[in-house]
Design a protein around this ligand. Structure first.
Ligand SMILES: [Zn+2]
Ligand SMILES: [Zn+2]
Length: 74
């Protein structure tokens, strides 16, 4: 569970992002490699989404992807 940077309230998970129910801050959902914790390249093809690590770990199945909240720029 990740906390809001502003008010330390636990973030709620939306369809494609995270948001804070306390102060309304929104966070992007960033896909990270479970091995090296670097951002993954998102490949969209034919309605499917694949995640690719550019640091030598290849394609990462969605089940293994780590999603972290990344504060959106204002
Ligand atoms: Zn907040
Ligand atoms: Zn990796």
């Amino acid at each position: 569970m990740q906390l809001c940077e502003k008010c330390r309230h636990p973030l709620a998970s939306g369809d494609s992002d995270f948001y804070c129910q306390q102060c309304g801050a929104r966070y992007d959902r960033q896909a990270q490699c479970p091995v090296c914790h670097q951002p993954l390249q998102v490949l969209k093809a034919c309605g499917a989404t694949d995640y690719f690590c550019q640091h030598g770990h290849g394609l990462i199945s969605k089940k293994r992807v780590e999603f972290v909240a990344q504060r959106q720029a204002e």
